[in-house]
Design a binder for this molecule. Structure first.
Ligand code: NDP
Ligand code: 2IT
Length: 446
């Protein structure tokens, strides 16, 4: 391959229609091209070509019966992307728009993200086009049981360890784990994000969101600043957004907005601890819509919109989904004075937005670095399960902070080594790639 364009032509030719996957691969390849120039052995061993081809893709039928007695048929997947540095590891996403291209983009990002965590984890991602929204607990349970009745034969605590992602939280992990235990007749750590009384790690629910804010704080420290007294625009109101908000509040910052797929709320007084507890209850127990918060506190709800036009913030934390922040949004954020963006979601900024942030030389932390705290604490959950131990909240939280500091440092180091100082996109892609590529090289043609 003579250029990234030629490489992408090859990828697109063999994976037509997988647009999110192409987007993720194109960004990484343009960052790591200088690494391939400097280390011709990677290109000779066809490491890039092998990295974009999943080691295995499993696709299966998930039939279940809804509350009215009607039979429903969904499609389940597990993409086992790369096991060079450890067993396949990554979340499950349940949402109606899930397809193979989306799961491949997530699994590919996961391979570099997991390398950055410093822990020995390979990469996978899975899920289904089933949407738990609007379904009863009994329906979600029957779906999860059917899904796991097939998935169980492909996973294992040294093989593949799924976890949560969009639409898969504590409730779904419980149902999935229960069914695994029943059909496999063993109690092992085959999922992370388990409840704290049955093998789950303390701080795993908080880890992704806390980590994003720790990462933003680390970026700010390079300019002798911190999150303290900064105002933040957050998107999403699910797992990642809830605990990103909590950590902003803990570190003395202010949360102005949160959102869901119906729109966003703007609370100029700031969403404090008490109001956040109300939102967490709304989302996790009552399973309501974010607009109800605006009615509850008497603030603004903007239906069908995202929070990026709100003025008066220095920090943006996109924590909902891919491509939720466009080039136009980025332009507006920059014009309004935002100079820190840390991605809680996977690939929330589209390529035009990323380019604008990088060109403006703001503190831009890409998802694979900024949101790696979640999978990192999943790794710590695996360590606790393997050693039959339970660590304290403080111990896990301080390990999480230490890992986020290390990831930040790896990004800075790799970016500087390739003459792109302060460019966290290049830094994260190169640091993650180098670790996976060198392991693949050592293990031969597999
Ligand atoms: P949740 O399901 O808990 O929450 C998702 C949130 O994003 C909800 O508020 C949801 O709104 C909103 N959302 C989802 N899809 C869309 C969409 N297409 N348009 C607008 N809003 C949308 O998921 P998580 O918080 O776990 O995940 C959020 C992001 O973080 C994802 O990108 C995920 O891949 C990433 N991530 C998650 C990690 C984890 O540990 N959970 C780890 C690292 C990254 P609604 O309820 O209306 O659907
Ligand atoms: O995107 C992600 O890193 C996750 N959804 C978490 C994966 C995990 O295995 O904890």
């Amino acid at each position: 391959m003579q250029s990234t364009a030629e490489f992408m032509e090859w990828v697109e030719g063999r994976t037509p229609g997988e647009v999110e996957f192409h987007q993720a691969v194109a960004e990484v390849m343009s960052s790591v091209w200088p690494v391939l120039q400097r280390n011709p052995e990677y290109a000779e061993a066809k490491i890039p070509q092998r990295m974009v081809e999943p080691e295995r893709v499993i696709s299966f039928r998930v039939p279940w019966v809804d509350d009215t007695g009607e039979i429903q048929v969904n499609r389940g997947y597990r993409v086992e992307m790369n096991s060079a540095i450890g067993p396949y590891k990554g979340g499950l996403r349940f949402r109606s728009d899930v397809n193979l291209g989306i799961l491949k983009f997530l699994a590919f990002e996961q391979s570099l993200k997991n390398a950055l965590t410093t822990l020995p984890m390979g990469a996978g991602k899975g899920g289904s086009d089933f949407d738990p929204k609007g379904r009863s607990d009994a329906e979600v349970m029957r779906f999860c049981q059917s899904f796991m009745s097939e998935l169980f034969r492909h996973i294992g605590d040294h093989t593949d360890i799924p976890a949560g992602d969009i639409g898969v939280g504590a409730r779904e992990i419980g149902f999935l784990f229960g069914q695994y235990k029943r059909v496999a007749n063993e109690f092992t750590g085959i999922l992370t994000g388990k409840g704290s009384t049955w093998g789950g790690s303390l701080i795993r629910p908080e880890a992704t969101g806390y980590g994003v804010v720790y990462f933003a704080d680390q970026m700010l420290k390079t300019r002798d600043e911190s999150i303290f007294r900064k105002s933040c625009l957050l998107s999403g109101s699910g797992n990642v957004a809830q605990y990103a908000a909590e950590n902003v509040i803990r570190l003395g910052g202010k949360v102005l907005t949160m959102s869901d797929s119906s729109g966003f709320v703007h609370d100029p007084d700031g969403i404090d601890e008490e109001k956040l507890a109300w939102i967490i209850d709304l989302k996790e127990r009552r399973r309501g819509r974010i607009g109800e918060y605006a009615e509850h506190v008497g603030c603004e709800f903007r239906a069908g919109e995202r929070p990026w036009a709100v003025e008066g913030a220095e920090v943006a934390l996109p924590c909902a989904t891919q491509n939720e922040l466009s080039g136009q949004d980025a332009k507006l954020l920059l014009a309004n004075g935002v100079y820190v963006v840390a991605e809680g979601a996977n690939m929330p900024s589209d390529p035009d937005a990323v380019r604008r942030f990088v060109d403006a030389r703001i503190l831009f932390g890409p998802g694979k670095a900024a949101n790696a705290g979640g999978v990192a604490v999943s790794g710590l959950e695996m360590a606790q399960n393997a050693s039959f131990a339970t660590w304290s909240r403080d111990k896990v939280d301080s390990r999480l902070l230490g890992i986020m500091v290390d990831i930040h440092h790896s990004c800075i180091r790799a970016a500087a080594e390739y003459d792109r100082p302060g460019n966290y996109v290049v830094g994260a892609n190169i640091a993650g790639f180098e670790k996976v590529a060198s392991a693949m090289l050592a293990q031969g043609v597999v």
